[in-house]
Design a protein around this ligand. Sequence first.
Ligand code: PEP
Ligand code: MN
Length: 263
Amino acid sequence: LANKKFHVGSSVIKVGNCEIGGNEIVIMAGPCAVESKEQLLETAHAVKKAGAQILRGGAYKPRTSPYAFQGLEEEGLKYMAEAREETGLAIVCEVTSIQAVETAVKYVDMLQIGARNMQNFQLLKEVGKTNIPVLLKRGLCATIEEWLNAAEYIMSEGNTNVVLCERGIRTYETATRNTLDISAVPVIKSKSHLPIIVDPSHATGVRAYVPSLAKAAVAAGADGLMIEVHPNPSCALSDGPQSLNPDDFFKLCSELKPLAEVI
Ligand code: PEP
Ligand code: MN
């Protein structure tokens, strides 16, 4: 179902009022985690002003350490829905369990499957039974073939609204958190009709490198970007070092605009 051979043209996935895979570069931005109503609303207004179309924010956080902040769960989803009401932005949230899917479908415009759950086949089937668009992140050590098979798990349950997200893979390089596989963009375009976006924040783990890779992704033909933005990155409860502040995000968006027009 994800294979280009058996599909006419490229898929355009509608999320809220925006279309991913169409002519426009879609930007999803927001904090790694929803921390409070104030933090989220401040970020939502800032990313909207800069030109983002979708607000991201984690309510269920799959952290490397069990002692790290795990997310506000349903309370976080409620704040996300409030931010949508205030700004008109569509919202995307990660789900980490079948119970989280049951709760999240009441609130979100797009469900996110994180890198760590890319091969959680029960979870893939569960989001495949919904009719809500799914953002499927590439697993930390997944090949492109495994990633497309994960998309197939979702689509074979009936939900064909899948958007892929390259977020960096594990390599021997330690200068960045992961290594952005920029070639995944043209490879996916050659194999699949599904849209692909790039997440330079999780790919690098370093805020200073995010703008370069965001531009590289657009130049390579990505349909959109996911970027972490926090009103005060040094106080963030998760992923502060890779989060842009609102001013830097605004600057990046203004630099991306002419590039997106040329491409
Ligand atoms: C995220 O987007 O919040 C996240 C945890 O990313 P990943 O699954 O790519 O690590
Ligand atoms: Mn994060």
